[in-house]
Write a protein of this length. Structure first.
Length: 261
């Protein structure tokens, strides 16, 4: 069956997340609608990560399979065809030929997310940041973020009712950096749990506000607590930054998605 690898960027503000839902506007749903117009056969589109409502993607990866393809078509024709049909806030960045058994989610070895906290009110970037009015001390936030690296149980930072998989997650990288008026949190792991990144960010902000000590944050990592649920950061500041496959390199630049200068 002809298969392609799609790289997709989208602004998630208007969508109920990536995954198709009944009577809800989703990114995957928009892609499926466009695909049905482009191809006459059965179409399968699967993403590497199920971003939640309001979450964005700088580089989501998906596989596209088409049965009973009636004519030869190039990756560029597929890209242009999708982009002519998709709404303004979803864009196909790149299309590549892929092996027939390529699976965007199962073949991924890790994913990187980026979260942006704004230190000032902004008229232009409200959909892409979480504005925290309190003064945040970056240094203890950086120290707390380093405690996340390694194989840890993130039960404290996820929605337990929905976490049917193991809550053990191997975090490769977790770091805080600044870019202009933004404090950015980047985390890379083999997989992520529902609301995990947003709850980590919420508690890191509590560390930055001096409402939570570094030792207190470490206890949340080592022992279960439902406290982080009350401090879940909003989805607006969260981006799926990159999905890694065998041979890919992790993000290196300490650069925000949309700087506020």
């Amino acid at each position: 069956m002809p298969t392609w690898k799609l790289e997709i960027e989208y602004e998630g503000t208007r969508y109920r997340g990536w995954q198709i839902q009944h009577n809800a506007n989703t990114v995957q749903g928009e892609l499926q609608k466009a695909a049905y117009q482009l191809f006459s056969g059965r179409v399968e589109i699967g993403g590497a990560g199920r971003t939640d409502a309001g979450v964005h993607a700088l580089s989501q990866i998906a596989h596209l399979r088409v049965s009973d393809l009636q004519t030869n078509i190039t990756p560029r024709q597929i890209q242009d065809g999708f982009n002519d049909l998709l709404p303004h806030d979803i864009n196909i960045v790149k299309v590549k030929n892929a092996a027939e058994n390529f699976h965007a989610r199962h073949d991924a070895i890790s994913r990187f997310y980026l979260y942006q906290i704004s230190t000032r009110r902004t008229a232009f970037a409200k959909n892409f940041v979480w504005w925290v009015k309190d003064n945040l001390d970056v240094k203890p936030m950086q120290e707390a973020a380093e405690l996340l690296v390694g194989k840890k149980d993130f039960r404290s930072f996820c929605e337990l009712d929905e976490a049917k998989q193991s809550t053990l997650v191997k975090v490769e990288r977790a770091e805080i950096f600044t870019d202009g008026d933004l404090i950015c949190f980047r985390i890379g792991a083999n997989h992520f749990l529902w609301k995990m990144v947003r709850r980590i960010v919420g508690m890191l902000a509590q560390v930055g506000c001096r409402n939570l000590s570094i030792e207190g944050f470490e206890r949340l990592v080592n022992y279960y607590s439902n406290a982080p649920a009350k401090f879940t950061a909003p989805p607006s500041g969260l981006f799926l930054e990159k999905v890694l496959y065998q041979g890919d390199g992790a993000p290196k630049e300490n650069k925000s998605a949309f700087p506020i200068l």
